[in-house]
Write a protein that binds this ligand. Structure first.
Ligand code: ATR
Length: 279
């Protein structure tokens, strides 16, 4: 182990202090006995290109990319993974041995894995899904659900045009529902997912009624602070299976860590506890 190199990685965002990624990756660095560090990289938007170009020069193995850089960082990549290309945003940069930059987006795969962790029998083709929100998180989740064979996806968003733009990019299986009709749209759905910031600590709760939602439907939330959002509490009391946003956060980090540190890490109760301790 003494011969192994010191590996540097981090998370580039603006602001970046709120991100839980350092807690995740530094937990894994310690757990697997690796030499390295995962640091915050606060980068102003006008310095994004210089910062990304500096990764190789500074000896970074790569970094995560978070708000507001996920879309704009894409144009500095030499290569893009197919998921990143389809989502049109990246959340991970890998500096390859020859210095070329690879952009990945693991958010959607992380979301799917979080559903499977909650219910190993979950299948994307089991029925239609209703997606609340049409921002970056929604885009990653829509791509992943389509790839999992979702027969139909309904997207509803406060700003209708944003939902329409998302639907236009992904074809006939994606349909737009006006925000005012979100409660009726729950009929016949087998998966409900909140990708809006509503329900997050410090934000208003999501204003939805679940009466029309079939009881077999799974209810998930991309929000992870608090772990149980008002939406998930409401769903749990009706008897739905619920999935909080922590699993998506932890699972999206696994392939990134593997790319930089060479070990595919596990999501364990100890990791969950370490991250929850930062909430
Ligand atoms: P992210 O990348 O995390 O998805 P985002 O792109 O800012 O973040 O998207 C935030 C989502 O929350 C959007 O769908 C947004 O709706 P708009 O497109 O209409 O802005 C939604 N959202 C935020 N505040 C909201 C509110 N008060 N009511 C309804 N939706 C809200």
């Amino acid at each position: 182990m003494s011969d192994s190199p010191f590996v540097l990685a981090g998370v580039m965002g603006w602001p970046v202090a709120h991100t839980r990624s350092p807690a995740i990756h530094n937990h894994w660095i310690a757990k697997y006995g690796l030499k390295g560090a995962y640091v915050q990289l606060p980068v102003q938007p006008e310095r994004l290109e210089a910062a990304i170009r500096g990764l190789a020069a500074l000896g970074f193995a790569g970094c995560n990319v978070t708000v507001p850089h996920k879309e704009s960082a894409m144009r500095f990549m030499d290569e893009l993974h197919p998921a990143a290309r389809r989502v049109a945003a990246i959340n991970t940069i890998v500096v390859q041995p020859d210095g070329r930059l690879l952009g990945m987006n693991n958010d959607g795969a992380g979301y799917i894995q979080s559903l499977r962790d909650a219910d190993a029998t979950w299948r994307g083709d089991a029925g239609p899904a209703l997606v609340l929100g049409a921002g970056g998180a929604a885009r990653a989740i829509v791509v992943a659900l389509l790839d999992e064979g979702a027969p139909e996806l309904h997207i509803t968003n406060r700003t209708l045009e944003r939902a329409q733009a998302l639907a236009d990019d992904f074809g006939d299986r994606v349909k737009v529902v006006p925000w005012a009709e979100r409660n009726e749209a729950m009929a016949g759905v087998s998966l409900l997912v909140n990708t809006t910031s509503l329900g997050m600590h410090g934000q208003a709760p999501l204003d939805v009624a679940l009466d029309a939602l079939p009881l077999e439907a799974m209810v998930s939330d991309a929000v992870y602070i608090p772990l149980e959002t008002p939406l998930l509490a409401q769903a749990r009391m009706r008897g739905h299976r619920t999935v909080n946003g922590l699993g998506m956060l932890l699972n999206q980090a696994r392939p990134a860590f593997q790319s930089w540190f060479g070990v595919l890490p596990d999501v364990t109760p100890e990791l969950r506890a370490a991250v929850q301790a930062t909430f």
